[in-house]
Design a binder for this molecule. Sequence first.
Ligand code: FAD
Length: 305
Amino acid sequence: MEQVMRNAFLFLSKNKALTKMARKYGLRFGAGRFVAGERIDQAVQCIKELNEKELCVTIDYLGEFIDTEQEANEMADNSIEAIRAIGREKLDSQLSLKMTSMGLDISDEIVMNNMRRILTAAKENNVFVTIDMEDYSRCGKTIEIFKRLKEEFDNVGTVIQSYLYRTVADIEDLNQYNPNLRLVKGAYKESPNVAFPEKKDVDDNFKKIIEMHLLNGNYTAVATHDDAMIEFTKELVKKHNIPNDQFEFQMLYGIRPERQLELVKEGYKMRVYVPYGTDWYGYFMRRLAERPANVAFVLKGMIKK
Ligand SMILES: Cc1cc2nc3c(=O)[nH]c(=O)nc-3n(C[C@H](O)[C@H](O)[C@H](O)COP(=O)(O)OP(=O)(O)OC[C@H]3O[C@@H](n4cnc5c(N)ncnc54)[C@H](O)[C@@H]3O)c2cc1C
């Protein structure tokens, strides 16, 4: 049943008509639990509140179905607006963004131009930028773009997903760049030809890449809500005397907020991924796909209205 629901929400997340409708009608159905708002001032307010609790942030301007150069350029403009707000308001925040929103499905040249604009503005404002990882069909291209950008900029990192078979080879290959990587399990529906179908294998591979990347001496963001993975990381860093400034934990906004604060209290760096923007629908559906308990929460919210 859980798998059926997961597939249904992932299917719905890709619906263009519903995305457009959601844009028009504004944040609904309890999406405000996972999305900071539709405008930058709402995101800034949210970051301030998290920073006050000693939580660091990475902010993401949401954008789905970017089909034209103009749309990609507008997405880049919005990310630059967010970077300038971080600098102006002196927020403890990085920026995250997706290569499709920069024009990956249109041309590499558009992506590179937009990313150079963003990373230059980010450098001026002392902001680090993480390139999110999308579905398998975009993974290779995203890594190639990351490598090209890394040769020009030092304030850029990317994401590696433990559910993919190719991941261990990617960690080995990327080591030459000493990259700052966010490690995740992976959020998309992938074929068993490219990704482990069994959760146990995804978890084992997650532990493996956390260990590889940390022992390679690279900065590692362990992005998970899974206590087993958090405990594994804590034990690993203790065993190998890895300093607290070589790694951090990351969680999504609205998910396990109490656990986020506990980790801060324990002395760990904890970064919250804060999405905002009018394109909240696809992101919201992917969160519902991850956890059926979130669906119950949403239904309660709808009944209350
Ligand atoms: C900061 C951040 C950035 C991300 N960026 C990307 C990206 O760029 N690309 C990508 O593909 N994916 C990304 N993801 C999503 C990621 O790949 C997973 O889909 C998502 O994090 C769910 O996996 P999990 O590791 O949290 O654990 P799961 O395997 O989903 O859950 C394991 C256990 O964690 C606990 N748990 C999980 N959720 C909750 C909850 N809501 N409440 C209480 N307990 C819970 C439960 O005990 C559960 O059994 C990101 C995730 C985070 C946190």
